[in-house]
Write a protein that binds this ligand. Structure first.
Ligand code: SF4
Length: 300
């Protein structure tokens, strides 16, 4: 049941005061924004938060190429239509030289200024493969920003190599890596994480990788996958939104809410589990998307 209008307005005003004062929003503020039901006020507040951080009337775009070097993944998230086992039909793994050649071919056809590289977490490669890849890309694409690997992949590299997060990130930075992607954040609630991605590292590890990266001067993003089995009441989305906030404030990179898409043609893997206690959606509604994006601005 939605809250009376007067309470909603009071909640939004409390959030507005914190935004104006430059204070960090907490989970209760995130929940107030989601539950306000006042889309216009939410949009206006999002714009205000953006302008307070220095945004103006100009809008900027990055010309970005996204590549995936391997779709072999050990994790098997239940929402994923991308991952394959090593021997499964459609599985692929490119060598560093093959990937760099493909990136260069794309650049020659249509120049871009940022490369976004994410992969499955393959157990059949080693840390040297990642380092060679970044070196090959840096050599093939001088002047292109290399945004490579999610915090989950950094955790995977640390597991493969036995190195610390700091050692892994330092070596990657030395090889040419400039920022991290936002994948693997999903939803930070342990309950939801266990349902949708039981093989993924806990949220604390994901956040720790980001903290270490920021300490080394490597900015990062945070991508929240929403609209599947999470609930507002349990603070799932809000805890993610607040973590987005922490990540963003520390690293000055944007946060991205990413809607769950219930089915990709030909895939059997993209239906999330349906917990008995929750009426889960097949995909987020238009209203959910319209609320989530502006909510991510003051919180993120
Ligand atoms: S970690 Fe999860 S989302 Fe990423 S490729 Fe593997 S199964 Fe898919």
């Amino acid at each position: 049941m939605s809250a009376p209008a007067a309470i909603e307005t009071a909640s939004l005003e409390r959030v507005r005061e914190k935004v104006e004062a430059g204070e960090r929003l907490d989970a209760a503020d995130g929940l107030a924004l989601y539950e306000s039901g006042d889309l216009l006020a939410l949009g206006e507040l999002a714009d205000r938060a953006r302008r307070l951080r220095g945004g103006g009337d100009e809008v900027y775009f990055v010309r970005n190429l996204t590549l995936n070097q391997t779709n072999v993944c050990r994790v098997k998230c239940r929402f994923c239509a991308f991952a394959r086992s090593a021997r499964e039909e459609g599985a692929y793994t490119l060598s560093p030289a093959e990937l760099a050649a493909e990136a260069k071919r794309s650049y020659e056809q249509e120049p871009f200024n940022e490369l976004h590289l994410v992969n499955g977490e393959s157990p059949h490669v080693d840390f040297a493969w990642y380092l060679e890849t970044v070196r090959a890309l840096a050599e093939a694409l001088p002047g292109v920003h290399l945004k490579c690997y999610s915090a989950s992949e950094i955790h995977h590299m640390a597991t493969l190599s036995g190195l610390s997060y700091e050692q892994v990130l330092s070596e990657l930075k030395q090889a040419g890596l400039q920022s991290l992607t936002g994948g693997g954040a999903e939803i930070f609630s342990a309950r939801v994480r266990k349902l949708i991605a039981p093989g993924k590292e806990p949220a604390e590890k994901w956040l720790e990788v980001n903290r270490v990266a920021h300490g080394l001067g490597i900015p990062s993003h945070c991508t929240m996958l929403y609209g599947h089995v999470e609930t507002l009441a349990k603070g799932s989305i809000t805890s993610s939104a607040c973590a987005i906030c922490r990540t963003r404030r520390a690293a000055s990179s944007p946060s991205f809410p990413s809607p769950f898409i219930s089915r990709t043609p030909g895939s059997t893997r993209t239906s999330p589990p349906r917990p008995r206690s929750t009426r889960s959606r097949r995909s987020p509604s238009r209203a959910c998307c319209s609320t989530t994006w502006p909510t991510s601005r003051p919180t993120g």
